[in-house]
Ligand binder design. Structure first.
Ligand code: PLP
Length: 355
């Protein structure tokens, strides 16, 4: 008799609940932090030409030279720093976890935060320690420094701004963490374009700092391109774990083309930031709703009965994210992605009638 999954699959993998992506067809989709705006027609025509001309019978450029050069200028990557590309930043998290997965190694995260840090730690067989944020989701520096001293993490993940809470942690506190960390500290700047704050300029000063970004929230979620920036000393080692052709031909060429016009995406992000401010102002005046300040393209809300509000809004065709059971500190919390002005109006109307 061959072995069954209970016997063959690692316990920690069987214990994980699969990452669930709901069917969103037909809904006003405000659940996944996507940019709601399409690219202008001229640029889309140029992308058609790229698909037409691309040599998809050949393997991609394994070094992605043209794309990396474009990223360097579009993203203000400091001279002397290396770039590692991933199939989304999720893949970079996986590369980092695999790289440090010695017996007894620990990954440390803050909670609640991006769930993939903990999940991927389990995939890689690395123990994970989550340090709770304060009830208002600010960083608990003393607790974090104590956890660092106790667990000596090989790797610390900090989302800046944080997902799903939306806030930027205090910069001075984060510098204390960088000073105290015995290993690598990854600042995950997935929402950089909505926050306009970055640790990128500090890379030269903190040799154990790595900055991670993605094009997903900027408007290219379907392409799957994330990147890590840091000193060649670290990135040359991490690059050995990257599968040779992890970024495909079309992603490389399309991203390179769109980033040549990054100002278009930046203007869309500016419109999203304006809408975020309008939503916040409205939400602050809705009785029963607590809206947490956000530097990202989403807003975390606490309502009296999140399950009821979530279902009622779904009935009305608005899909947001119910985080009520995602973490004890997120009880009765919902997360809404900032959409177009029209989508946001629909969201607000549906929320006020669903409370
Ligand atoms: C969305 C998100 C990512 C994942 O981005 P991909 O590049 O699409 O894999 C990473 N980190 C945080 C904090 C996110 O919210």
């Amino acid at each position: 008799m061959p072995l069954n999954p209970d016997q063959l699959i690692r316990d920690e993998i069987r214990a994980i609940a699969a990452y669930h992506v709901p069917d969103s067809s037909g809904y006003v989709k405000l659940d996944a932090m996507e940019n709601p705006y399409p690219l202008p027609d001229v640029l889309r025509a140029a992308l058609s030409q790229i698909a037409h001309d691309a040599a998809i019978n050949r393997y991609p450029d394994a070094a992605a030279t043209a794309l990396k050069a474009r990223l360097r200028s579009a993203m203000d990557i400091p001279d002397g720093m290396e770039i590692l590309l991933g199939n989304g930043s999720d893949e970079i998290i996986q590369i980092l976890a695999m790289a440090i997965a010695k017996p007894g190694a620990t990954i440390l995260g803050l909670e609640p935060s991006f769930v993939m840090y903990k999940m991927i730690a389990a995939f890689a067989g690395v123990s994970y320690v989550g340090v709770p944020l304060r009830p208002n989701f600010t960083l608990d520096l003393d607790a974090t420094l104590a956890a660092i001293a106790e667990h000596q993490p090989a790797l610390i993940f900090i989302a800046y701004p944080n997902n799903p809470t939306g806030n930027l942690f205090d910069m001075t506190a984060l510098l204390r963490i960088l000073d105290a960390a015995p290993g690598l500290v990854v600042l995950d700047e997935a929402y950089h374009v909505f926050a306009l704050e970055s640790f990128m300029p500090l890379l030269a000063r903190y040799p154990n700092l790595l900055v991670m970004r993605t094009l997903s929230k900027l408007g290219l979620a379907g392409l799957r391109l994330g990147f890590l920036v840091g000193s060649p000393t670290w990135l040359n080692e991490l690059d050995k774990l990257r599968l040779p052709y992890n970024v495909n031909v079309l992603t490389q060429q399309v991203a390179e083309k769109v980033l040549a016009h990054v100002d278009i995406l930046e203007q869309q992000a500016a419109a999203i930031r304006d809408e975020r401010a309008r939503l916040m102002q409205f939400l602050d005046n809705v009785a029963g709703v607590e809206a947490f300040p956000s530097a990202a393209n989403f807003i975390l809300l606490r309502v009296p009965n999140a399950d009821k509000v979530f279902e009622a809004m779904k009935q009305r065709g608005i899909l947001i994210k119910n985080l009520s059971r995602a973490h004890p500190q997120l009880q009765n919390c919902l997360r809404v992605t900032v959409g177009t002005p029209n989508e946001n109006d629909q969201f607000l109307a549906s929320l006020t009638t669903s409370l």
